[in-house]
Design a protein around this ligand. Structure first.
Ligand SMILES: *Cc1c(COP(=O)(O)O)cnc(C)c1O
Length: 341
């Protein structure tokens, strides 16, 4: 009675392999909810792909990918900060590569952990983390094991920007370049232009690039008929019509319907919902569940592990035990179970 992620193993892996073949120096990214697949699964897949290095988002994820069987080098993408004791402890780990994004952090680590493996992040037009490589001198690096420069571009990553930043960085100190968010074509041009080894850190395009390779399904747990006006759910809101309450697996704990349900995205609908209270939106708030070929309304907001849906009419169009397709956002969904098909 679970929310299930079904993976077509052959198809999923065929996409990964085709992508990896186009991107020499690919570094798979396994972070957060593991793009819906889980960090352990991605660690296994990265290993199977023959990746040399895996990237995680934060230091707490290092243990997760190791528990999944990853035994090689791990880059931590989020930059080190002095207040993070867990990140400081990993500076001594010979397989962990720490990202440094501030001059003062580079200088202090060069003193406190002179043999740590580090990547120095460059500030891009995204202005998230990073520094200007031109302000650094050889002394700032001390005896650190310099693994190269990171360039994290905005979504519409530009080849010209990446190349210009790379040249400035390599002029300061030569080393590999670790790019994020270049198109495959731009990355190949970039690699050929910069004259040092390159890597591309990729999550979404690698794991979620073939949308037909995976799908999320819920299980129907209960079906009840209900008359128009009869109270339903935790709050006793009246049923909008004669029809059926379908209780299906998948709720807030799974990240189902975390975003505003579809019709509420329009300002007019939001105004209606706010004015009348969310619960009055029964029968109007579209859920991500499909029953009888159509997305159905939530009967009330999702519970922790299940959701109540409403099907109007004389036929519930489903029965207990059926599997229902659910549209999920893969970067927030947490399935109970993976089924390889
Ligand atoms: C998350 C992340 C990536 C991977 O992003 P996708 O869009 O999922 O491919 C790459 N680089 C950095 C620095 C990241 O934080």
């Amino acid at each position: 009675m679970t929310l299930t992620l079904q993976i077509d193993a052959r198809r999923w892996r065929a996409h990964q392999e085709a992508f990896a073949a186009q991107v020499p120096g690919l570094v798979p990214v396994a972070k957060g909810n593991g793009y819906g697949f889980g960090l352990g699964t991605l660690a296994q897949e990265a290993k199977r792909l023959g990746a040399q290095t895996l990237a995680v988002g934060i230091v707490q994820e290092v243990d997760d990918v190791r528990a999944g069987g990853w035994e090689d080098d791990i880059v931590v993408l989020n930059p080190w900060r002095p207040s993070d004791a867990n990140a400081t402890a990993l500076l001594a780990d010979p397989q962990v590569i720490t990202t440094i994004s501030r001059v003062e952090d580079l200088r202090s680590i060069a003193v406190s952990h002179p043999t740590a493996r580090v990547i120095v992040e460059i500030e891009t037009s995204m202005h998230r983390h990073g520094l200007d490589p031109r302000v650094l001198t050889a002394a700032d690096f001390g005896t650190l094991w310099f693994e190269g420069w990171a360039i994290h571009l905005p979504a519409s990553g530009s080849l010209a920007e990446a190349t210009e930043l790379a040249r400035a960085a390599v002029a300061t100190r030569t080393g590999p370049l670790w790019a994020s968010h270049l198109s495959v074509e731009d990355y190949r041009t970039f690699s050929a232009a910069v004259g040092v080894p390159t890597h591309l850190r990729v999550g979404t395009r690698l794991w979620l690039g073939d949308k037909d390779a995976y799908r999320t399904t819920a299980t129907v747990l209960d079906v009840h008929s209900i008359k128009k006006g009869a109270p339903l759910g935790y709050h006793g809101v009246p049923a909008p019509k004669d029809g059926f309450i379908i209780v299906a697996s998948g709720g807030t704990a799974h990240g189902v319907a975390m975003a505003a349900p579809v019709p509420q995205r329009s300002l007019k609908q939001r105004a209606v919902t706010v004015a009348e209270g969310v619960l009055d939106a029964v029968g109007r708030t579209l859920s991500p569940y499909t029953i009888g070929g159509k997305k159905r309304a939530f009967a009330e907001p999702p519970h922790m592990h299940s959701s109540m849906l409403f099907v109007p009419g004389a036929d519930p169009l489903t029965k207990v035990g059926d599997e229902l397709p659910v549209t999920t956002r893969m970067t927030t969904v947490v399935a109970d179970e993976i089924r390889w098909v």
